[in-house]
Design a protein around this ligand. Structure first.
Ligand code: FAD
Ligand code: NAP
Length: 545
């Protein structure tokens, strides 16, 4: 046990809830709790609101769910008044939107910024959480809401000599707020996931020389980003309520198909892929209804993209290295970017295929490959995150009998509905493992979770209950449901961060629930309506001070 008792004791206030994080989830939690008449206090490591959109200021950062959908649906006036300028909003525009929401609903006052939660202990006698921060705060609440983000803990690979590099080192997920210039610089980018593929074309436009260090190529669909004209925006807004209602069932409002890729002729298939490729965005993967479930169907889409790569990239060896061959399309998060493959036709861009020429180390002047050193002035790591569990397990969260969450989850994030885990009463997790989270429009997932949590607290208060936690059997059953949902898809066929495969030593478990937000929402609602089936509710012990 940590020497928690030697630290400051909390002030007298008992909050209804403490929220960790001030991104989309934390802000919505604060708003919804206040609307329900509940008190709350939030902590946020960053100096301001924004979450992912505060941290990811890398060039080219933008959403890949269309802006009209990648926004809150909880307030009709907000969604009618806010004007999105681009089909896929860039990071500054999304941050501006989040700041607007914080101002509009007066949410900043509920948060302490530049403050990281380091520990949280459940006090069974009082049925409260005692939360401690790196600034010495010690606060108590009845409920603890982890809105700490599924992609908020960045990961730098352990490459020998990294500390010796003389130039600047950045991670896309912790990008400096000061202006950075690539002009005249020799820049290296390590990583070609969603972040890398967005940054690479923009850096290439400014840098003297860009070297991309690629370990695994990804399927990249053109974004076809464009300004959002008024007519499109007005038409969408006229039916916003209807669109949001549909998104609550499907996550993101894509043009889904009810045809199999294998039941149409070659010409029809090609025409459908052509149409969607020209339209741009993730809609491409919904061209047929079995791309995520049938390897044969998937291969038709993957072959199409590989043919595009070979047609776009002039140097055949580079084109071949860019062709993904070791995983089905979409089994790693599909990437969406502008001019990604075209960038490799620029004279100042070089692709290094690390499978053929691995990184041996980093030297003061650049990256040391098996074939020799690549001299660099700047090194950008687009190497991803300790996803879904990282932000939770790095806090010393102790439940009943002092059990550590990181210890409980050492073989995988066992939980019920992705919302709670046994032995940790009154600890709610937002869009974590076991929920649809990263497989859907995350704001839709966030709103569903927060609404469910606030309703749950209200129901408990009305019934005079003080604690809620899953029955161990209910969470064992849910883990099985999550595994079975994953097994029905091709997601399990790739070494992706969905499985924790990017973190050495992390248990290999497919973390998100792949059964869809609609079915998931129904399950959560039924559980609540059925007296919180699968949860153990505890009566109020006594009135707390
Ligand atoms: P976050 O935005 O990650 O916020 C969590 C906050 O918690 C962070 O600010 C963090 O500093 C804080 N925090 C964590 N631990 C602590 C602690 N111990 N103490 C105090 N504070 C803490 N999703 C989509 O659906 N569509 C997209 O187009 C899309 N684009 C993305 C682009 C990028 C570059 C990235 C990285 C992610 C993207 N996502 C997208 C996923 C994104 O994570 C979610 O859409 C959403 O922003 C998550 O919001 P959140 O509030 O849950 O988490
Ligand atoms: P990521 O998908 O995990 O990609 C990390 C990349 O770094 C991969 O190419 C990986 O290669 C590479 N890498 C990791 N360690 C390496 C090493 N030691 N040497 C060489 N290469 C290494 O991370 P991300 O790109 O930041 O994206 C994470 C998630 O954030 C996305 O999947 C998405 O959910 C979200 N996101 C969304 C958008 C958007 O378009 N809206 C933008 C950015 C991020 P391997 O594949 O071989 O491991």
């Amino acid at each position: 046990m940590p020497a928690a008792t030697a630290l400051a004791e909390p002030k007298s206030q008992l909050w209804d809830a403490i929220i960790v994080g001030a991104g989309f989830a934390g802000l919505h939690a604060a708003h919804a709790l206040r609307q329900a008449g509940l008190s709350c206090l939030g902590f946020e490591t960053a100096p301001d609101v924004g979450g992912v959109w505060h941290w990811n200021r890398y060039p080219g950062a933008r959403c890949d769910v269309e802006s009209m959908q990648y926004s809150y649906g909880f307030d009709e006036t907000l969604q009618q008044e806010w004007v999105w300028r681009e089909r896929f909003a860039p990071q500054p525009e999304i941050l501006e939107y989040i700041r607007h929401v914080a101002d509009r609903f007066g949410l900043r006052r509920h948060f302490r910024f530049a403050t990281s939660v380091t520990a949280a202990e459940f006090d069974a006698a009082q049925a409260t959480w005692l939360v401690r921060t790196d600034r010495g705060d010690a606060e108590r609440a009845r409920f603890l809401i982890m809105a700490s983000g599924g992609l908020s803990v960045t990961r730098l690979p352990d490459i020998p000599g990294l500390g010796t590099f003389r130039g600047e080192v950045m991670h896309t997920g912790d990008w400096p707020t000061r202006p950075l210039s690539f002009a005249g610089k020799r820049v290296g980018v390590v990583g070609t996931g969603s972040s890398g593929i967005q940054a690479i074309p923009v850096i290439a436009e400014h840098a003297a020389q860009l070297t991309v260090f690629q370990r695994t190529p990804n399927f990249v669909i053109p974004a076809r980003n464009r300004p959002l004209d008024e007519a499109t925006q007005s038409a969408w807004k006229a039916r916003y309520a209807e669109h949001r209602a549909r998104a609550r069932q499907v996550g993101t409002f894509y043009a889904f198909s009810d045809r199999s890729a294998l039941e149409v002729s070659e010409a029809e298939r090609q025409a459908e892929y052509d149409r969607r490729w020209a339209e741009g965005g993730v809609n491409f993967v919904h061209a047929f209804n079995d791309i995520y479930t049938s390897e044969d169907a998937n291969r038709t889409a993957a072959d199409y993209v590989r043919a595009k790569i070979r047609a776009i990239v002039r140097d055949p060896a580079t084109a071949e290295a860019l062709c993904p061959k070791d995983h089905p399309l979409g089994s790693k998060r599909i990437c969406v970017a502008s001019d990604y493959y075209e960038t490799y036709n620029r004279p100042n861009v070089r692709l290094v295929d690390l499978r053929a020429d691995p990184i041996e180390g980093i030297a003061p002047g650049g990256v040391r490959l098996a074939s020799g050193e690549v001299p660099l002035d700047m090194l950008v790591f687009a190497t991803g995150y300790d996803a879904l569990t990282g932000a939770l397990t790095r806090i010393a969260i102790r439940g009943r009998d002092g059990q550590l969450l990181s210890e409980k989850w050492k073989n995988g994030p066992v939980n019920y509905l992705g919302l709670m885990t046994a032995g940790f009463p009154n600890l709610f997790i937002v869009t974590g493992p076991g929920s649809p989270s990263v497989l859907v429009n995350m704001i839709v997932g966030i709103e569903q979770h927060i609404d469910w949590i606030v309703r749950c607290i209200g129901d408990m208060d009305a019934a005079g209950q003080a604690t809620i936690e899953p029955e161990p059997q209910a969470e064992r059953d849910w883990v099985q449901v999550v595994n079975e949902a994953a097994e029905r898809t091709l997601f399990v066929k790739a070494n992706s961060w969905y499985l924790g495969a990017n973190i050495p030593g992390k248990p290999r478990v497919f973390m998100p629930y792949a059964g869809g937000i609609g079915p998931y929402r129904r399950i959560c609602d039924e559980v609540a309506a059925d007296g919180y089936r699968g949860f153990r509710l505890g009566a109020r012990v006594r009135e707390t001070a």
